[in-house]
Ligand binder design. Structure first.
Ligand SMILES: *[C@@H]1O[C@H](CO)[C@@H](O)[C@H](O)[C@H]1NC(C)=O
Ligand SMILES: *[C@@H]1O[C@H](CO)[C@@H](O)[C@H](O)[C@H]1NC(C)=O
Ligand SMILES: *[C@@H]1O[C@H](CO)[C@@H](O)[C@H](O)[C@H]1NC(C)=O
Ligand SMILES: *[C@@H]1O[C@H](CO)[C@@H](O)[C@H](O)[C@H]1NC(C)=O
Ligand SMILES: *[C@@H]1O[C@H](CO)[C@@H](O)[C@H](O)[C@H]1NC(C)=O
Ligand SMILES: *[C@@H]1O[C@H](CO)[C@@H](O)[C@H](O)[C@H]1NC(C)=O
Ligand SMILES: *[C@@H]1O[C@H](CO)[C@@H](O)[C@H](O)[C@H]1NC(C)=O
Ligand SMILES: *[C@@H]1O[C@H](CO)[C@@H](O)[C@H](O)[C@H]1NC(C)=O
Ligand SMILES: *[C@@H]1O[C@H](CO)[C@@H](O)[C@H](O)[C@H]1NC(C)=O
Ligand SMILES: *[C@@H]1O[C@H](CO)[C@@H](O)[C@H](O)[C@H]1NC(C)=O
Ligand SMILES: *[C@@H]1O[C@H](CO)[C@@H](O)[C@H](O)[C@H]1NC(C)=O
Length: 261
C-alpha cells in the first residue's frame, strides 16, 4: 500500500481523525445541561434522585411522572398520596422501595391516634409490601356504648383532646371486633402499617414506623452504571438517560462511541 492512501483528504484515517477530534471537542466544550440539572440532591440526609424529583428545586424531567416530592420546612422529604402527607423515612434505590409514615404521626409523642385520612391503596405507581396490614381507626365511638363493651374497650386509645361522649378505637383489619366497632363508632379510616409476626408494638409506634412500598417506574440501574442520570422526556413520554454528552435512550456511550472503540 502506498502512503498517499492514508493521507489523501478522504482516506479513512483522516476521516476517523477528524471525526474523533470533533467528538472530543464537543464533549469537552459543553456538558449536557439536562445531565447537570439532574444531579442528585439531598433532603434530610437522604439522596433524592430518579424516579423522584424535588418540586421547585429540581427539574421535572429529572423524575418519573407521579414521583414529585417536596422537602418540608423541617427538611424532611414528603410524598402526598390521596389526602395524606407521608414522610419518606428511607429510600432503597436498589430494591425500588421506600418506607413512609404519615406526617401527622411522625415525630410526635402521642398516645392518641391523630386524624388520618383514608388512603386509596390502589395506586398504580406503588405496590404495598407483603407485610402490610390495614389499621382501622374509629374516631367517633359512642362512649356510652363503648363502656358496656369490655372487649371493644380494650382497643380504646387515649386522646386527651376528646370530650367524654366520643372515644377513639383502633384495631387491625383482621380483628373480629371490626363489625361491632363500626356499629358503635360509624365509619373508620384505614391507615397502612407493616406488621411483623410475633412482635408486640403499640399503635402509635406502628403508625410512626409506617410501611414499605415498592415503586413501579423505569429501572435506572443500567443508565446509572453507565455514568448517566435517569430522567424522563415529557414530550415523547419516554425514559431518558441524560449523559455528559447528550440524552440517550437507555445508557451512556451506547451510540457513536461504540463505533470508535
Ligand atoms: C448520597 O450520595 C452520595 C454521593 O453519591 C454518597 O456519598 C452518600 O453516601 C449518599 N448518602 C446516602 C444517605 O445514601
Ligand atoms: C434493575 O436492573 C438491574 C440490572 O438489569 C437488576 O439487577 C435489578 O434487579 C433491577 N431492579 C429491579 C427493582 O427490578
Ligand atoms: C433491599 O435489598 C437488600 C438486599 O437484597 C435487603 O437486605 C433489604 O432488606 C431490602 N430492603 C427492602 C426495604 O426490601
Ligand atoms: C415521650 O413521652 C414519654 C412519656 O410521656 C417521655 O418519657 C419521653 O421523653 C417523650 N419523648 C419525646 C421525644 O418527647
Ligand atoms: C350513644 O348511645 C346512646 C345509647 O344508644 C345514646 O343515647 C346517645 O345519644 C349516644 N351518644 C352519642 C354522642 O351519640
Ligand atoms: C349496658 O349493659 C347493661 C347490661 O347488659 C344494659 O342493661 C344497659 O342497657 C347497657 N347500656 C347501654 C347504653 O347499652
Ligand atoms: C388512658 O388515660 C387514663 C386516664 O387519663 C389512664 O388511667 C389510662 O391508664 C390510660 N390508658 C392508656 C392505655 O394509656
Ligand atoms: C355529652 O352528651 C350530652 C348528652 O347528649 C350533652 O349534654 C353533653 O354536653 C355532651 N358533652 C360534651 C362534652 O360534648
Ligand atoms: C375508609 O375506607 C374503609 C375501607 O375501604 C371504608 O370501610 C370506610 O368507610 C372509609 N371511611 C371513610 C370515612 O370514608
Ligand atoms: C415480612 O416480615 C417477615 C418477618 O415477619 C420478614 O422475614 C420478611 O422479610 C418481610 N417481608 C418484607 C417484604 O418485608
Ligand atoms: C404487649 O405488651 C404490653 C405492654 O407493653 C403487654 O401488656 C401485653 O400483654 C403484651 N401482649 C402480648 C401479646 O405479649
Amino acid at each position: 500500500m502506498n502512503r498517499s492512501f492514508f493521507l489523501t483528504p478522504f482516506s479513512p484515517v483522516v476521516i476517523l481523525f477528524i471525526a474523533t477530534f470533533f467528538l472530543l471537542a464537543k464533549k469537552a466544550s459543553c456538558t449536557d445541561p439536562q445531565f447537570l440539572a439532574c444531579e442528585p440532591q439531598s433532603c434530610g440526609g437522604q439522596n433524592i434522585s430518579f424516579p423522584f424529583h424535588i418540586q421547585n428545586a429540581q427539574e421535572e424531567y429529572c423524575g418519573y411522572p407521579g414521583f414529585a416530592i417536596s422537602c418540608n420546612e423541617k427538611n424532611k422529604p414528603v410524598l402526598s398520596l390521596s389526602n395524606n402527607e407521608y414522610i419518606i423515612q428511607e429510600i432503597d434505590y436498589q430494591n425500588q422501595s421506600l418506607r413512609l409514615s404519615n406526617a401527622v404521626v411522625f415525630g410526635k409523642n402521642t398516645s392518641c391516634a391523630p386524624q388520618i385520612q383514608n388512603i386509596s391503596l390502589y395506586e398504580d405507581r406503588f405496590r404495598l409490601s407483603t407485610n402490610r396490614t390495614g389499621l382501622f381507626l374509629f374516631y367517633n365511638c359512642n362512649s356510652t356504648l363503648l363502656e358496656n363493651d369490655s372487649k371493644l374497650l380494650k382497643h380504646k386509645v387515649n386522646c386527651s383532646g376528646e370530650n367524654g361522649n366520643v372515644s377513639t378505637v383502633a384495631m387491625l383489619d383482621d380483628n373480629p371486633l371490626l363489625g361491632s366497632a363500626s356499629e358503635k363508632c360509624g365509619a373508620g379510616v384505614v391507615a397502612p402499617v407493616d406488621v411483623y409476626r410475633g412482635e408486640n408494638v403499640s399503635i402509635g409506634k406502628m403508625l410512626e414506623r409506617g410501611f414499605v412500598m415498592n415503586w413501579v417506574a423505569s429501572n435506572c440501574s443500567v443508565c446509572d452504571e453507565s455514568g448517566g442520570r435517569c430522567g424522563f422526556n415529557y414530550n415523547t413520554y419516554q425514559f431518558r438517560c441524560f449523559c455528559p454528552d447528550r440524552p440517550h435512550d437507555r445508557r451512556c456511550n451506547s451510540g457513536e462511541y461504540f463505533f470508535f472503540s
